[in-house]
Design a binder for this molecule. Structure first.
Ligand SMILES: [Zn+2]
Length: 166
């Protein structure tokens, strides 16, 4: 039960970095992200707030979705073309709203029981969680601007949190 994503999934993702690793937008250092229920991830080298985007297995799902900021769970699969339209938008938002948003990707092929638990029968499916509570559920690929508008309440909620001490 190593929980390591398969190489094929990585290639389909096209992200260039393995799951759980992000490159610091400020200094370029590669950082390994870990579940962090209390705070937000910062670069180990320069302390910049990092885009928070990771993937979850059945074993790590609860830990990964328990975060201090709103979480968008992205149910996807490598064969799903519309999923590949949603993912760059989420990656951009994770960068733009670093410290205010966490994106957790779930590959439904590799995690069928999570897909079943969340009734992800049609993908892409985004579930917006705040303190473990479902705020919204978006099924299908929305155009980028529409998706951002739909996620705005969660992004605003994250902004409120960012101002409070951790
Ligand atoms: Zn850095």
């Amino acid at each position: 039960m190593a929980g390591e994503p398969r190489a094929a999934g990585e290639a389909a993702r096209g992200a260039g970095e393995p799951s759980g690793i992000v490159r610091c937008p400020n200094c370029g250092a590669r950082n390994r992200l870990r579940p962090n229920a209390e705070g937000i991830p910062r670069c180990a080298r320069c302390q910049s707030v990092l885009p928070w985007i990771t993937s979850a297995t059945e074993a790590s799902f609860d830990e990964e979705t328990h975060a201090s900021v709103p979480v968008v769970v992205d149910f996807w699969a490598p064969w799903c073309a519309p999923c590949r339209m949603v993912q760059p938008v989420l990656e951009r938002l994770a960068g733009e709203y670093a410290g205010r948003l966490k994106v957790v990707e779930v590959n439904v092929d590799e995690q069928p029981r999570l897909a079943q638990r969340w009734q992800a029968m049609s993908i892409p499916m985004l579930v917006v969680l705040r303190d473990g509570e479902e705020l919204d559920r978006i099924i299908g690929a929305l155009p980028p601007a529409e998706l951002e508008r739909r996620l705005q309440p969660a992004l605003d909620a994250g902004a409120q949190h960012a101002g409070s001490p951790t």
